[in-house]
Ligand binder design. Structure first.
Ligand code: ZN
Length: 113
């Protein structure tokens, strides 16, 4: 359910940005979403279609860049892609891990007309 709040926040930001540059129409919105956020593309798209009605962002093309979850092993410094629920370093088996990517959630850029 949190996609609704996220999408609203994203749309507000996009509209503020479009307004700032005097854009009449938003053509494309580039989003970066980390795997760990659990945000589902389809849900964002669904809420976006609904929320953007009668705004300059209506009909804008959403582009998603999904970021896999990566972690760094505190024991041996290896950086690797973290498989779901597999919290161990593939090199040394250590489980003292630091998440280095996967929590991203932001609007990277927008294209306006
Ligand atoms: Zn390790």
């Amino acid at each position: 359910m949190h996609e609704l709040a996220i999408t609203q926040e994203m749309l507000d930001l996009v509209l503020a940005e479009a307004d700032k540059v005097g854009a009449k129409e938003v053509g494309k919105i580039n989003l970066v979403i980390g795997e760990m956020t659990g945000v589902v593309e389809e849900s964002v798209q669904f809420y976006f279609n609904f929320l953007s009605k009668d705004t300059p962002a209506e009909g804008a093309n959403l582009s998603f860049t999904m970021v896999p979850t990566t972690a760094r092993c505190r024991d041996c410094d290896k950086v690797f892609e973290l498989a779901e629920f597999d919290w161990a370093c593939p090199d040394c088996g250590g489980n003292s891990l630091q998440i280095t990517a996967g929590k991203e959630l932001f609007v990277e850029s927008i294209e306006v007309e």
